[in-house]
Design a protein. Structure first.
Length: 274
């Protein structure tokens, strides 16, 4: 019978999760962790959480199970046009300033993209801007630690209620309604999906292998899971991938004050590389 995680196994899991992903797992999250790992037990056929930990740490299962373990513990709350002031700033300030600086082809990185609402929102804003002005061309890189959410993001299929924040004109242009309304799902238009490349990336990696530098980074509502030293390391690596004059957006509940970074604040939770 599964009686939950022993303290020793919880501590071992918490250390591994932190070392792998930077996500803090304090004792208050023990019940949450147990609940999420029980779903993983059903997939593995293991009946007890402590037996699962023995499989991971005593019998070499961690190499095969690491991605599934991290998928189980990551939180992936997301919405279209979440924190809308960022997208207003993107349209009214960041894009005009980058264009004025001579950047006619932009590369944008959604660094914790979850199921894709953020990069598809960015694409809607960029596509509107491009169609109205004839420029800039753009591409979006969308990465996440979780393979599960990346699978969903690539499909671009969402419950119809999830796109309520998308205004009517954008829904007409960029959201495909089903022929059968009873399905209750919509799909993002192929012309937006073609602009986005999805890939797995761990922000705890020492180097971010993403190719050329980017003009804009969105890394929102993930830093809150890291301690201050980890936040500084992650943000420094993100800034290293930004062109000079590029923009960094972090979540409204996050702060980078006191961190040694090559940026200046230009709006609420919006920073520009100097």
């Amino acid at each position: 019978m599964d009686n939950g995680l022993s303290r020793r196994n919880f501590d071992q899991l918490a250390r591994y999760i932190y070392d792998y992903s930077g996500i803090k797992m304090p004792p208050a999250k023990r019940t949450m962790l147990e609940g999420r790992l029980r779903r993983r037990l059903r997939a593995t056929g293991i009946v007890d959480l402590d037996d699962y930990c023995d499989y991971l740490f005593k019998h070499g299962g961690i190499d095969r199970e690491a991605i599934h373990l991290i998928d189980a513990v990551t939180t992936n709350k997301t919405d279209f046009f979440r924190e809308p002031k960022h997208f207003e700033h993107l349209e009214r300030s960041a894009l005009p300033e980058l264009m004025a600086a001579g950047h006619n082809r932009l590369r944008i990185w959604s660094a914790a993209c979850s199921v894709g609402a953020e990069p598809y929102t960015i694409a809607m804003v960029l596509e509107d801007y491009r169609e109205a002005r004839g420029a800039p061309d753009y591409s979006i890189l969308a990465t996440d630690l979780s393979t599960d959410v990346l699978k969903a993001a690539r499909k671009g299929i969402y419950p119809v209620g999830m796109i309520d924040p998308v205004d009517h004109q954008k829904r007409i242009r960029y959201v495909m309604e089903p022929r059968d309304p009873q399905r209750g799902e919509v799909r993002i238009h192929p012309k937006l999906r073609a602009k986005i490349g999805f890939g797995r990336l761990n922000l705890m990696d020492r180097a971010y292998e993403i190719g050329d530098k980017v003009h804009i980074v969105f890394c929102r509502n993930v830093l809150i899971y890291f301690d201050k030293p980890t936040q500084e390391k992650v943000l420094a690596r993100l800034c290293d991938k930004l062109v000079t004059g590029g923009f960094l957006y972090v979540g409204h509940s996050e702060t980078i004050s006191g961190l040694n970074l090559p940026v200046k604040q230009v709006a609420n939770t919006v920073f520009r590389k100097v």
